[in-house]
Design a protein around this ligand. Structure first.
Ligand code: AMX
Length: 437
């Protein structure tokens, strides 16, 4: 057993005992009252999940095991003094709840580089069987499902593993799956946009650096941006669609490939991860229709207003939980101000930021008029030359694996049961409301 697994089980067993105790001895404690409005608005604010990897505050934004993004940028190991933290370090933090050393990060980097070597050929065959015009998320998810033939978890379950040991094959599967996602994503990218001219992985590189390398970007600048991108998209508490779907499917003891694939189907929705691609289409159409890359603030306002008047959402703005500017937006803006002060798209993003919150507030119905992570992430990628918008959600997905799959290991450590909330029909809700029509 490697030392990370040793640590995990040492930390995990007592916590699993606490979860059991809470269930058994405090099971009848009322934790919250739930209103009809909450249920009918998609369970907003209803506490119904146990998630330890990260926590989202409406005003402050995300904290990963207690650390904000600015703190992570300071405290997690980096390759260079002025670099960005390595996602391997964030994975370690989310898994074990403590900050990693450089040696810990190197251990994970090497483990992922080794595990990434064994992708079954049929995962690539499945991708190749799809038309190149199929959205990258279709290709990505098909490959993820195809790789479930390799599932340690499935094999261990069929072999009759003890329930309290399920976390172990889950850990093995999660490590394999995370290690392979950059290869799969880069393969799809080069297949669709670079005439199938694939680039081999470089085992000496870190996980995110390798992704940039295999996509065809070898400058230290792009690698730095990719590390930031992979860190900030990694997790957003347990109730968002991709995290919740992964957890829900995992609760049926589905293997990590099935579970993560479910999460990725959710990420592909326009109100969730696909928003990053849609922001770019929205900005591109704005520039095309106005015939300029440098529109006036008034022109941007009119364009945004026309979007709202036609009954569409402005992508990249609003959030189901956040009530302030997303710190993931703020950190990317900070990064862009430092490294890309003259980038046309970043200037446009700032103009949109100047006018859209006010317009959304004027509607009187939008609960959060501020930008989310997707309002700028595509402009950052595009400014570094990664201009193919359809791959943006897939890159989000590669990063999201870090958080949701770490939580899946913890779900099995805690021995969480199958998830089964109660549903009711309309008559039940009408009766509760005393609604007699
Ligand atoms: N533009 C226009 N209208 C918006 C809006 C936006 N950006 N954000 C919210 N609204 C509207 C809603 O559509 C809803 O309208 P309705 O009452 O007519 O149905 C009303 O405002 C109230 O919605 P809400 O309670 O403020 O938001 P929500 O929790 O229901 O939805 C979200 C949250 C993110 C889906 C929504 O803000 C949205 O559609 N934003 C644009 C898409 C986007 O950027 N998604 C990415 C989110 C981050 C992520 O997951 N990656």
């Amino acid at each position: 057993m490697d030392y990370i697994k040793e640590k995990l089980i040492t930390i995990g067993r007592p916590k699993a005992e606490i979860v059991k105790k809470l269930q058994k001895e405090h099971g009848d404690k009322v934790v919250q009252e739930v209103t009809m409005g909450q249920v009918l608005s998609g369970m907003k604010g209803v506490v119904s999940l146990l998630t330890c990897t990260s926590k989202l505050d409406p005003d402050e934004g995300i904290r990963f095991r207690g650390y904000s993004i600015p703190e992570l940028r300071e405290k997690l190991p980096k390759l260079h003094e002025d670099g960005e933290p390595l996602p391997e370090g964030l994975f370690y933090l989310m898994l074990l709840g403590e900050l990693p050393t450089t040696e810990d990060v190197n251990f994970i980097s090497e483990s992922w580089a080794r595990r990434a070597q064994n992708i079954p050929q049929h995962a690539f065959d499945v991708i190749n069987a799809l038309p190149k015009s199929a959205h990258p998320m279709i290709q990505f998810n098909s490959a993820i499902l195809a790789m479930s033939t390799e599932s340690h978890f499935r094999r261990a379950y069929l072999a009759g593993a003890d329930k309290k040991d399920y976390w172990d094959p889950m850990y093995e599967g999660v490590m394999d799956l995370i290690s392979r996602l950059p290869i799969i994503a880069a393969y799809i990218y080069r297949r669709v946009f670079y005439d199938e001219k694939h680039i081999e992985m470089d085992p000496s590189l870190d996980w995110a650096g390798n992704l940039a390398h295999m996509m065809g970007y070898d400058s230290e600048e792009v690698r730095r941006m990719m590390r930031l991108y992979m860190v900030i998209h990694a997790d957003h508490e347990g109730g968002n669609v991709s995290a919740h779907a992964t957890h829900l499917v995992g609760s049926a003891l589905s293997n990590p490939y099935y579970s993560f694939s479910a999460g990725m189907n959710g990420l592909a929705g326009p109100l969730h991860g696909m928003a990053n691609q849609n922001v770019m289409h929205w900005l591109q159409r704005l520039m095309d229709e106005l015939g300029t890359h440098d529109p006036s603030t008034e022109q941007v306002r009119e364009y945004a207003k026309a979007t709202l008047d036609s009954g569409r959402v402005i992508p990249g703005y609003g959030h189901a939980v956040l009530r302030k500017t997303d710190p993931r937006f703020a950190v990317q803006l900070d990064f862009a101000n430092k490294y890309l002060p003259e980038a046309t798209l970043i200037k446009l993003v700032k103009k949109v930021y100047d006018v859209v919150p006010g317009l959304l507030e004027e509607t009187g119905k939008v609960k959060n008029p501020w930008p989310n992570v997707d309002a700028i992430s595509g402009s950052l990628l595009s400014s570094y030359g990664i201009t193919e918008y359809p791959v943006y959600t897939m890159l989000f997905g590669v990063s999201r694996a870090l958080g949701v799959l770490t939580q899946l290991i913890w779900d099995r450590l805690y021995g969480l049961p199958i998830e089964r909330p109660k549903s009711q029909n309309l008559d039940w809700f009408k009766e509760k409301a005393g609604f007699n029509h």
